[in-house]
Design a protein around this ligand. Structure first.
Ligand code: 6PG
Length: 236
């Protein structure tokens, strides 16, 4: 269980975006100072978009930064649902290395997961940062309720990514996914969560109370990580 879960509250999304972008920039700089490179996993979805815009405006040694999506929808590159496509548009022009974890939308989602896991073996682990969003159903990254939930949460420790068939399918992106595993997420050197709205806050507060037996994936993440976790929150 993380000993320190700290809530950081903001008046609005823009103020939160500036603060979280500053924190991520500091984590990147610290990693570059320490070992000459930074590897970070960034959340998909809509909440972090203003964060990424402000982060991309930061003066960082971007050529030393590798970015992967913390999870990916299994759709072709360039598809509006593709997380890495949005990250590439924002950070490739800065000179960062943005790596797709599902380079081609494999027909079989489990094959896509195994190929993502193989791709990731070449990265430097643990991640310097994992930025997470949370759904109102308590999912995080693409750890969703469904037939693959147990593998995502309790799979072999060396498993860093896997294919997931959410059940029920999330309305906003009703496609199979590849996600970082719980182990890969909770092994990151820094774990940062950015959410807006009271519904998500209530889900996270409930998940924290439930601890390791939480039915919410975000609850399992918070119960499993040993790290201090910053949860950044702004009203919707
Ligand atoms: C994804 C995300 C996912 C996201 C939450 C919240 O691929 O959909 O990684 O975990 O962070 O669904 O999404 P919003 O920020 O759009 O509410």
């Amino acid at each position: 269980m993380s000993e320190e879960i700290e809530w950081w509250e903001y008046d609005d999304r823009s103020e939160m975006a500036a603060a979280v972008a500053g924190d991520i920039g500091f984590i990147i700089e610290s990693a570059i100072d320490a070992r000459g490179a930074a590897v970070i996993a960034l959340a998909g979805g809509s909440t972090p978009v203003p964060i990424y815009e402000k982060l991309a405006a930061s003066k960082l040694d971007w050529k030393r930064v590798t970015i992967i999506p913390g999870d990916e929808r299994i759709v072709p590159l360039g598809d509006p649902l593709s997380n890495v496509t949005h990250l590439a548009k924002t950070f490739l022009p800065k000179g960062a290395r943005v790596l797709p974890i599902v380079p081609n939308a494999a027909a079989d989602y489990k094959v896509a997961g195994r190929s993502a896991d193989a791709l990731m073996q070449d990265l430097h682990w643990p991640l310097d940062l994992c930025l997470l969003g949370v759904g109102t159903d308590g999912h995080t990254a693409s750890i969703f309720p469904g037939p693959d939930h147990d593998e995502a949460v309790n799979g072999p420790k060396e498993r860093r990514a896997l294919g997931v068939m959410p059940d029920p399918m999330p309305i906003e992106a009703p496609v199979p996914r590849v996600t970082l595993s719980l182990t890969a997420i909770t092994g990151a050197k820094s774990l940062v969560i950015a959410v807006t709205g009271q519904d998500k806050r209530t889900v996270i507060e409930t998940a924290i109370k439930q601890g390791i037996s939480s039915p919410y994936p975000i609850g399992r993440v918070l119960a499993r990580t040993e790290l201090p976790v910053d949860i950044h929150w702004a009203p919707a």
